[in-house]
Design a protein around this ligand. Structure first.
Ligand SMILES: NC(=O)c1ccc[n+]([C@@H]2O[C@H](COP(=O)([O-])OP(=O)(O)OC[C@H]3O[C@@H](n4cnc5c(N)ncnc54)[C@H](OP(=O)(O)O)[C@@H]3O)[C@@H](O)[C@H]2O)c1
Length: 283
């Protein structure tokens, strides 16, 4: 079995950049635990001259990620560009077809093309791993796929978007308005500075719901239209009213089978204060 594992990291933003740093810092631990020596052989981002949080090795930098595949020395490619199509899809597709394992936290890509990409991975006998695409810190994907493989799941619901959760909690704690708390979240890096819309309008959580449904209910990723409502219209007065009745407002992603029919939705919900921790555990 191969002892040296060559890794390529495509996308050096929040995630790719931190991953590179972690791989570097934990190289020895990884070898100790897995017996594998890892080496980053290629990195790629859009702008080669951008100032990044951690130092990068310019000698292994590729402006075009597709050129990495031509080198033919990558075992695992980590995709962290983050779009549902375009270069994200191209590089993942090409990697799988060249028998390169792929790891991605890209829920937009998996929610749109997960079925097709999984079939490709199967066909070329490589892994397509996307644990970090949904609630990476829990982690839920492997638990559903492996730990709960023989269980019958009827419903999954939970808080699936950290940005919304921060904003709702902070509004409750500081009694401040949605717009002020959003500005604070952007300053702290919890919400995208340019366009936080995808987090706030519920569509980030919805992509995660679709991934969870397909895994939990053994179905293809659904294409139906669903109720998706974000938190943009919630203000402190709503939180205050909920509070008077001992509720909190949380953005929940919900997927369930009713009479063998799939119902998926994302919207703000009233959650009883005292059972909140229990509810969160059921994510
Ligand atoms: N941020 C989080 O907390 C978080 C958590 C869980 C999952 N995720 C997922 O992780 C993925 C990455 O998120 P992120 O926050 O790291 O995104 P990001 O900060 O926007 O980074 C995207 C990276 O992709 C690079 N890129 C764009 N187009 C490219 C191209 N054609 N070729 C090569 N590189 C290209 C960009 O290059 P430049 O740097 O040169 O512009 C940038 O480095 C997304 O799918 C996201 O949903 C993120």
């Amino acid at each position: 079995m191969k002892k040296n594992i060559n890794i390529a990291v495509v996308g050096l933003g929040q995630i790719g950049n931190y991953l590179l740093n972690e791989l570097n810092a934990k190289k020895k631990d990884i070898e100790l635990k897995t017996g594998k020596k890892i080496k980053v052989v290629a990195i790629s981002a859009k702008n080669p001259n951008k100032k990044r949080k951690f130092k990068i090795n310019k000698n292994i930098f590729y402006k075009n990620p597709l050129d990495i595949i031509k080198k033919n020395n990558t075992d695992i490619l980590f995709e962290a560009i983050g779009s549902s199509d375009g270069m994200s899809k191209k590089i993942v597709e090409l990697s799988l077809k060249n028998k390169i394992h792929v790891i991605t936290p890209n829920k937009a890509l998996i929610a749109k093309h997960g079925d097709y990409l999984s079939l490709l991975a199967e066909k070329y006998k490589v892994n397509l791993e996307f644990e970090a695409s949904v609630a990476g810190g829990i982690p839920i994907i492997r638990t559903i796929k492996e730990g709960l493989a023989t269980n019958k799941i009827s419903k999954i619901y939970g808080i699936l978007n950290g940005t919304c959760n921060y904003i709702l909690s902070e509004m409750e704690n500081t009694k401040d308005s949605f717009s002020n708390v959003l500005k604070k979240a952007q300053k702290l890096g919890y919400a995208e500075p340019g366009n936080p819309k995808l987090d706030l309008n519920g569509y980030d959580a919805f992509a995660k719901v679709r991934i969870l449904s397909s895994l939990a209910f053994n179905k293809n990723i659904s294409k139906h239209k669903c109720l998706v409502e974000g938190i943009e219209n919630i203000d402190f007065k709503d939180i205050n009213i909920a509070n008077q009745f001992n509720f909190r407002i949380k953005l929940l992603g919900i997927t369930e089978l009713i009479n063998n029919k799939l119902f998926e939705r994302v919207h703000p919900c009233l959650v009883k204060k005292k059972i909140l921790t229990l509810e969160m555990l059921t994510v």
